[in-house]
Design a protein around this ligand. Structure first.
Ligand code: PMP
Ligand code: GLU
Length: 397
């Protein structure tokens, strides 16, 4: 009998973190592993941001911070939302957290009661369903396919809403598919939400700046639902700041106060030095962000061409983020060396063992037909990785 709570026993381990760990362990044994499992920019944090952190230490900014973040950081977020997204928020509506991950957990734990339903389009980022479990809510999935570019329709949304629905959670640009909802598509969903005034919307916009088609569109732009939207965003992807741990919610004041209270009991404000770096990032302009985006777009085009040439993979051209989510069902039931591939997770393990390329099986993203390939890696590594994937898949008969 486990001494641990049912809460933790029922929680799945983060598959992205697990695969990254397996890749690292294999590499530690001397194997030349190419890791395309972790969603993490391979760039360094820009210099002006690191300088601000050094200064913060020299100024002895090493004390507890206000739980929701330094006022000037929250004001910098307000200015960003106005200037980049044309959205009006007051600084009391911003809660800065230890990564967007905590921002999501705060919002879900503050909104969802046991038994309430949370609608999540599949495939989704692995932590969404797990944090709903922690809140004792019930995830209700809307399935999408590569043919519909992994985007739900207003009709699908309408059909999923019940009197028990409390929250809808999605990301655009999307992890793991790279799909980006257009303004018109978001408006279609917003009109459905307008008919259901008790449903809240968690809009995860952390890949906002890694968008190859157009300017970023937020579902919060539709005034008639804005008060029910919780925007999630952060610095990890745009500024290559994954290790700094900083993200935020922008929401109505009631939810913001609740997130502040929740965070005050669990972690308090995120690292003081990180927060100074966060201000520098927002005040320093988008030059480095645009450079990184251009690099990601180039890599996307290279990888797309190479993946499209692999027989049996069904892959779409992602409009944003840095992932491919190819359908791999044509390999199910095929074997190599006495091992038969039953599902996408097994294929992902096969690719790690046979090709020494770490990816993530789709099951934890709520879609067991596909694997996720992150292309946040150097071009030569990506080219070599896809060559190895092609070779390993070719062995399956
Ligand atoms: N949302 C999505 C869609 C993500 O891919 C991630 C992973 N970085 C996060 C939130 C959490 O980001 P972080 O905690 O690093 O800010
Ligand atoms: N979000 C990234 C990913 O999807 C980082 C890992 C994580 O935070 O789970 O790979």
């Amino acid at each position: 009998m486990s001494a641990l709570s049912t809460r933790i026993n029922n929680l799945s381990e983060s598959a992205t973190i697990k695969m990254a760990k397996m890749g690292r362990e294999l590499a530690a044994k001397g194997v030349d592993v190419i890791s395309l499992s972790f969603g993490e920019p391979d760039f360094h944090t820009p210099k002006h941001i690191k300088e601000a952190a050094k200064q913060a230490m020299d100024q002895n900014l090493t004390y507890y911070t206000p739980v929701a973040g330094y006022p000037d950081l929250r004001k910098a977020v307000v200015a960003k939302l106005k200037n980049e997204n044309n959205l009006d928020y007051d600084f009391s509506q911003i809660v800065v957290s230890t990564g967007a991950k905590q921002a999501i957990a705060n919002a879900v734990l503050c909104l969802v009661n046991p038994g309430e339903e949370v609608i999540i389009p599949t495939p989704y980022w692995v932590s969404y369903s797990e944090v709903v479990k922690l809140a004792e809510g019930k995830s209700v999935f809307i399935n999408t396919t590569v043919e519909q570019n992994f985007k739900i329709t207003p009709e699908q949304l309408e059909a999923a809403i019940t009197p028990k629905t409390k929250l809808f959670m999605f990301s655009s640009p999307c992890n793991p598919t790279g799909s980006v909802y257009s303004k018109d598509e978001l408006e279609g969903l917003a009109k459905v939400f307008a008919k259901h005034p008790d449903v809240y919307i968690l809009s995860d916009e952390i890949y906002e700046h890694i968008n190859f088609i157009d300017k970023h569109e937020s579902i919060a732009q539709f005034d008639y639902i804005k008060d029910r939207v919780v925007i999630i965003n952060g610095w990890s992807k745009a500024f290559a700041m994954t290790g700094w741990r900083i993200g935020y919610t922008a929401s109505n004041k009631e939810i913001a106060a609740a997130c502040d209270k929740m965070q005050g009991q669990i972690t308090s404000g995120t690292c003081s030095i990180t927060q100074r770096a966060g201000v520098a990032a927002y005040e320093g302009g988008l030059e480095t962000v645009l450079e990184m985006r251009a690099a990601f777009k180039k890599r996307r085009d290279i990888v797309y061409k190479l993946l499209s040439e692999i027989e049996g993979l069904n892959v779409n051209l992602p409009d944003g983020a840095f992932y491919f989510f190819p359908n791999v069902t044509s390999f199910f039931g095929k074997s190599y060396n006495g091992k038969t591939i039953k599902d996408a997770d097994e294929l992902s393990i096969y690719l790690l063992e046979e090709a020494h390329v770490a990816t993530v099986g789709g099951d934890s993203f709520g879609d067991a037909t596909s694997i996720r390939i992150s292309y946040a890696a150097a071009e030569d590594k990506l080219i070599e990785a896809v060559r190895r994937i092609k070779e390993a898949l070719g062995k399956l008969k």
